[in-house]
Design a protein around this ligand. Sequence first.
Ligand code: HEM
Length: 472
Amino acid sequence: MELGGILVVYVLIFLLTLLTYVFSRRDKREPLKSAKLPPGSMGWPYIGETLQLFSQDPSVFFATKQKKYGEIFKTHILGCPCAMLASPEAARFVLVTQAHLFKPTYPKSKERLIGPSALFFHQGDYHMRLRKLVQGSLSLDAIRNLVADIEAITATALDTWAGGRVINTFHEMKKISFEVGILSIFGHLEARYTDELKKNYSILDKGYNSFPTNIPGTAYKKALLARKRLSTILGAIICERKEKRLLQKDLLGSLLNSKDEKGEILTDEQIADNIIGVLFAAQDTTASVMTWILKYIHDDPKLLEAVKAEQNAIRESNDGGSQPLTWNQTRNMPITCKVVLESLRMASIISFTYREAVADVEYKGYLIPKGWKVLPLFRNIHHSPEFFVDPQKFDPTRYEVAPKPYTLMPFGSGVHACPGNELAKLEMLIMTHHLVTKFRWEVVGSQSGIQYGPFPVPVNGLPARFWIESSS
Ligand code: HEM
């Protein structure tokens, strides 16, 4: 072959190698370019579909889209492109198997109120360290010692409801869940501290969902100031604990005693942020479900009779209620337990959660671009006829057969799943025991409708009247 021919062959080989290299690298660098965005509509520029979402029941908005587009669809809400996930498989992908690709995401204004070091804003080592501490203090072994105190808190609160005046059930339930939150964090806390925490936390609570602004006098600004005072109060409690060198096993004790692999302890700010975080995670959630339980059993007299029979038998075995409930008794309330589960499903008070994709991610051929919000839609999964027969019917007997994996996730799933789930269920069982064994009650006014604040609660907090059963 002459020189020109050899050159052409070399050039061809070189080009071929170069092209192979470029294409193979392109494949490695950009494997997702071939994937398409999920189906769906992004609405108007910037405002997206925010107005459509907030002008109707959110679950109807999502259910309509799910019907049209399937288990994954895109939308644009509050300035953010979002991928919505409406199947157990997709929720598991984001929360469990590929959780490292999706980080928690909250508005900065909310982070400022709770405290930026609260575990649920984090991922990775810091999150795992805090999570272990919180999980330990809320484990079955830890909460079994709280039964008597939770019972005392509940019985005292319920006794104040009697007499037939109208009470706001949700507000009253919030008092119980707050006290139980305090108990699980501090054990027995001096009343002066509890009162100060209660007063300031309720200001924070009121400002949490208000418009974030620094203008004096606004609910948000008041909440920020209350948050500062909460830090001071918590600082004083922490200081006292340190001085007394008390080695309690409650959450505060675990936070104070924790050292990382370098021997570093947590700062007082990190401890305070996590205490406020746990109180925040514990209060409205549990109170909202307890309000729904009261409504669901009120609305179904036959079910109420069955729950009453189960709980009265326990009361009888406790000498007509003069002996306290035991841990074993709370673990053996099969009917009430199913009522709790069904209330968690029906009410689905955490309708969805948020994550943000930290990289381009592919799910079943669809691209979820880096920076998009990703929302597993718990409520839509819980209310899907594919997983729950006649999903709008309150039917505790459906749990005679265990639900399929990842179809019932009232406490979430994976690395951020609720560490307080057993405490919340215990609280609900104890509340139900006292409610049905001692009281009769009547719901006042409109009996249907949901109010979002932001958790779904029966309209107006379920106004109701209560009477002690024996004196009625
Ligand atoms: C019925 C009551 C409750 C419900 C329905 C509920 C639901 C949830 C859900 C769905 C999550 C996961 C959120 C996500 O993945 O983004 C969560 C997280 C959390 N919950 Fe609960 N919760 C309840 C009660 C409680 C209680 C009583 C406590 C503590 C005493 C608590 C403490 C927490 C904490 C600290 C997290 C964050 C966990 C983490 O990020 O690793 N919750 N909860």
